[in-house]
Design a protein around this ligand. Structure first.
Ligand code: NAD
Ligand code: ZN
Length: 353
């Protein structure tokens, strides 16, 4: 089992393994007896054996309906009720076993119930393993606004078992790949080269390659989080692909998955970077070819790109007149900039049409 330490205000470890027994050993080692499980129906049905074994030592379990709709105030309240019924106390550890939805809602509940009880994150999607389970951001959607209510609350530890990834459907798997390409292209050249060299084995979900990319992405996320826990500056590098990506996600009326919108966002933002002279054409092409290899999109003709700027300007991350971008200036490195004018964005989008 590998261990990555995240030196946030409250330091914790991210364990990465390919053996479900490791989690039980970890619980014993840390003398955690009193757990309350939160998961969703898909995760439970696919990993019944693992969860049922844990159920024996749990004081309760809440199984959510899968999907983004569960990230709501109603779900938060229903979990509080279950926690009260199960006589949860301050010794209790919530075990959040699931994707980003389960992780985000459980993190919020843990941070608020009894002014904060422990949470162990057990991410089961590629997206959650390399991104959302690390860093302590949690929350839920309210009045149609995504993640508008939430807190920063670091977990006791994160346990990643890459075997969970074997049951993910292709679309969810690809969504996670998009985030991993993001880490490589914007933060770590060696990760990007590894993905390029081992793309076929990654696509086939081979253990050795999955362990490598999850380890590397979790380490990158951990190191960024410990330097900017509250998302004030450095963490914004991880918005690469997301500034345009979020706008595309909503313009597609959520027909595109988050990962698909991000892969388009990564390509368009990199194209912008190429146009202003940061990225070389070959570097841009290596990104496009990799996106294509994983059958992710880099452009979508059905989207009304004319509306992108308006949507990006409403984004809560905007602080000046110009839109703030995390743009790669070479493979494995990105800068935060507000120097791009709206005219430059429009010019790029028109060229790509
Ligand atoms: P998700 O949690 O909805 O999971 C995707 C689907 O996969 C669901 O249907 C789920 O039931 C299913 N699933 C999960 N694990 C499975 C497994 N092992 N086998 C089979 N099916 C499985 O989606 P996600 O992509 O993991 O997370 C998206 C959420 O994460 C969004 O709400 C987003 O806002 C949030 N997020 C949070 C952060 C953060 O820092 N907190 C970062 C990025 C995204
Ligand atoms: Zn994302």
């Amino acid at each position: 089992m590998d261990e990555i330490k995240v030196n946030a205000t409250k330091p914790y470890s991210v364990y990465i393994s390919n053996c479900s027994l490791d989690f039980k050993l970890l619980l014993e080692d840390k003398s955690i007896k009193n757990i309350f499980i939160i998961t969703d129906e898909n995760v439970y049905n696919n990993h019944k054996k693992f969860i049922d074994e844990l159920k024996d030592r749990a004081i309760g379990i809440k199984i959510l309906k899968p999907g983004e709709e569960s990230k709501s105030l109603d779900t938060v309240v229903s979990i509080y009720n279950e926690l009260l019924k199960a006589n949860v106390n301050r010794e209790t550890h919530i075990a959040a076993i699931g994707g980003g939805v389960v992780g985000d809602i459980s993190g919020f509940v843990a941070s608020t119930f009894m002014r904060g009880i422990n949470i162990i994150q057990v991410p089961t999607t590629l997206m959650a393993q390399c991104d959302s389970s690390i860093g302590g951001k949690n929350g839920f959607n309210y009045k149609g606004l995504k993640n508008i209510i939430g807190t920063f609350y670091q977990p006791k530890f994160v346990y990643i078992d890459i075997n969970f990834l074997k049951t993910l459907n292709e679309r969810e798997f690809k969504s996670g790949i998009s985030e991993i390409i993001k880490y490589g292209y914007a933060c770590d050249e060696s990760l990007f080269s590894f993905i390029l060299k081992n793309k076929s084995n990654i696509k086939e979900r081979k253990t050795k390659e999955l362990l490598y990319i999850v380890n590397k992405s979790a380490a990158i996320k951990g190191s960024i989080v410990e330097r900017d826990e509250l998302d004030l500056n450095l963490r914004q590098i991880l918005n690469f692909g997301h500034t345009i990506g979020h706008a595309i996600e909503s313009l597609s009326y959520f027909q595109l998955s988050h990962g698909e919108a991000v892969s388009i966002g990564m390509y368009l933002e990199s194209y912008l970077s190429y146009k202003i002279g940061y990225l070389k054409w070959e570097e841009l092409e290596s990104l496009r070819k990799l996106i294509e290899f994983f059958k992710l999109p880099y452009f979508n003709k059905n989207i009304n790109y004319g509306e992108i700027i308006g949507i990006m300007q409403k984004d809560k991350k905007k602080i000046s007149n110009n839109i703030k971008f995390a743009l790669p200036d070479k493979v494995g490195h990105a800068i935060i900039t507000t120097d791009i004018t709206n005219d430059q964005i429009i010019e790029c989008l028109n060229e790509l049409k």
